[in-house]
Design a protein around this ligand. Sequence first.
Ligand code: HEC
Ligand code: HEC
Length: 356
Amino acid sequence: MILTPDEIAQTLSFGPWPPETRPDISNKASGHEAAIALGAALFTDTILSADGRFTCASCHDPAQGFTVRLSRAAGRKVLDRNSPSLWNLSGLRWFGWGGKSDNLWAASLHPIIAELEMAHTADSWASALSTSRYTPEFETIFGPIAEQPPQTVLVNTAKTLAAYQETLVTNATPFDVFRDALERDDLVAAARYSEGAQRGLQFFLGRGNCNICHSGPRFSNNEFHDAGVPYFLDTTTVDPGRFQGLKLLQSSPYTLAGEWNDDDDNSGAWAVQSVRQTHADFGTFRTPSLRGVAETAPYMHNGSLTDLAAVVRHYNEIDLERMHAEGEAILLPLNMTEIEMSDLVEFIESLSELPK
Ligand code: HEC
Ligand code: HEC
């Protein structure tokens, strides 16, 4: 065992996996079989796009880790950002690279009405749904379409998509097998985890400081940081990240503080009600989970890094000149050796399932 007792204690904090999940009380469809089945069917149906060109899977392909191999997503035009994977979203506080949603059904609703994505309106969607083969299932769950305002039909649809996505949980990985063996004190089983990955884990916890942001069972604190990725979209425009996300969040009718939260106490609303936009939010993005990440290249909010070796090189050579003045002093150039870099990649790869 090359890990110290302290490193072992830190390693245990990345599990157990999968975490216990509870139904989303803001979504009355959460956990309901019929809603999950309807959401799954709609996810891959072009009916969700006004011109019949896209499905959710066009940008979040189940066969490609619920993303696609493009740097920036292709909608009716090239979008500003990379399609995030949709694994393990249940229970998060913020959604989207800039956190423009505080719940999963709102994050599922935005693409339906976004001009550059599915481009529906509440009216066009309610009318498409009412003449589709999905009418009976939808009405069994939510009641007659004709008796719901179109906006309610839209929100209810998004709630079935969210119910489906809540079921997308990655399987245990070689890392989890190692972690669970450590918890049982089974050093024989733990020794089957490669030494390279163990050294990579030590670097991740130690000199790399990676676990400051990539923490907990999802390997993400789900908060917003500047990881040194340039945020210019072209020579004149930038992606403001969390700065813009907060503005969109606070002007959205679809937050936990709004009328569509199915929980009578509007629990969870405190988060959107207490966040304030500050200049330090500019150019920060949500820390991505590292589970399943081996399958979801290219990386970062703009898909600018092609593989995990490029991500590690990025952290190794981080450009402090480019970082925020008021940014965190966590990231520093790491001066890694080639072996340290390949060990770190090996560790990150062990957070994904072995290919079958
Ligand atoms: C044209 C490509 C495209 C289509 C079509 C699309 N998405 Fe996305 N999706 C994206 C991009 C890009 C983002 C990141 C957006 C952001 O950061 O604001 C995203 C973000 C998300 C998120 C937030 C994920 C996270 O990690 O926080 C969810 C959930 C989601 N999409 C679900 C859906 C659903 C459901 C559909 C179908 C109704 C859909 N998407 C259709 C490109 C797409
Ligand atoms: C200050 C917080 C922070 C620290 C420390 C940090 N990261 Fe990140 N990480 C992020 C953020 C934020 C992003 C997304 C940045 C963006 O898209 O602009 C990210 C992106 C990534 C990605 C790409 C994931 C994807 O799906 O695109 C990988 C892999 C990664 N980090 C690994 C590491 C490793 C390895 C270390 C340590 C050397 C590390 N991170 C240290 C916050 C951090």
